[in-house]
Ligand binder design. Structure first.
Ligand code: NDP
Length: 283
């Protein structure tokens, strides 16, 4: 194994150790399955050491790394350039060495899009997206780049929601609207895709998304970013009303696939990665 085949994941001090990290298990399963002599290792990096860690990764020939909170925005000044969606959203979760330059990408939204495309082509579709945090922001930008017709951001905090809508309008010239979330939100009948981009439901199978379930119609697509539990109450409720449900595990697997492809040039086997992820998560 050459030193050039190392990747790493820069995480904040709140991260799990490598041993129990499902992402590590998923990526390394892909390497093993495809006979790639690479390693993906988890390292905790404090904000103070971020610049030195990126310089070190470059000096040691790392082919790239993932970074999670709190480094997604702070890492940008330490990189040589940004991919299209990362530049629009101003956040990076995946760094790729290209021609000796470290380029920042954002694979969260790309992973979501790939998962969504297994069920529906978002081009020309109308979307209601709950949430305006990091995941929702990545999804909204990627959906905008994929050519959705209209996107409505429904968020509890008005400044955050309005800021995202401003970004979608200004940078992507998208037909975007903000609705402050209070009470059970009614989904307009012309909606094609409804997405929970909030953390509601994470580790909380009974948690309820405040939406008027009677406005969910058969044929709509319902997607969740929450991946634990895999089947959230929102997805169960939507499926019971005839919607096609997409779980958050698909997004997680697909962002891993995009990362491995960026780093190695190999498109890894999705089934192998999902199985490794499920096993590491004890599912
Ligand atoms: P953030 O903290 O950046 O954003 C959280 C969002 O959820 C905000 O819009 C927040 O609203 C909203 N929210 C949280 N609690 C409530 C509540 N009680 N009522 C109304 N709104 C609420 O988190 P992220 O965007 O980074 O992550 C969101 C979820 O996405 C997490 O569950 C995470 O695990 C998941 N995720 C999944 C990925 C995957 O691959 N499947 C990848 C990345 C994230 P407000 O602005 O008002 O605070």
């Amino acid at each position: 194994m050459s030193k050039g085949n190392f990747l790493h994941e820069l995480t904040g001090s709140m991260s799990e150790g490598a041993a129990g990290n499902p992402t590590v298990a998923m990526i390394e399963a892909a390497f093993a399955h495809h006979g790639l002599h690479w390693r993906y290792i988890n390292m905790e990096v404090t904000p103070r050491d971020l610049a030195a860690a990126v310089r070190g990764a470059k000096a040691m020939g790392f082919r790239g790394f993932n970074c999670s909170l709190p480094h997604k925005v702070a890492v940008i000044p330490h990189l040589d350039g940004l991919g299209e969606s990362a530049a629009v959203m101003g956040a990076v979760n995946c760094v790729v060495r290209r021609c000796e330059e470290f380029i920042g990408e954002n694979t969260d939204g790309k992973g979501f899009l790939k998962s969504l495309e297994s069920v529906i082509n978002p081009k020309g579709k109308s979307v209601v997206l709950f949430g305006a945090g990091g995941a929702a922001r990545a999804i909204a930008v990627e959906l905008g780049l994929a050519g959705v017709k209209r996107i409505t951001i429904v968020n509890r905090s008005e400044p955050r929601g309005a800021e995202l809508v401003g970004l979608l309008r200004d940078k992507l010239e998208l037909d975007a609207a903000f609705v402050a979330w209070s009470g059970d939100h009614a989904i307009p009948a012309e909606t094609d895709i409804v997405i929970n981009g909030t953390s509601i439901g994470l580790y909380a199978p009974e948690a309820r998304l405040a939406l008027d379930l009677s406005t969910l119609k058969p044929g709509m697509v319902a997607a969740d970013v929450v991946f634990n539990p895999v089947r959230t109450r929102f997805l169960d409720d939507a499926a019971a009303r005839g919607c096609r449900a997409i779980d958050g595990l698909g997004m997680l697997v697909n962002q891993g696939i995009v990362g491995v492809r960026y780093w190695t040039g190999v498109t890894p086997d999705a089934a192998v990665m999902r199985k490794a992820l499920e096993s590491a998560m004890g599912l």
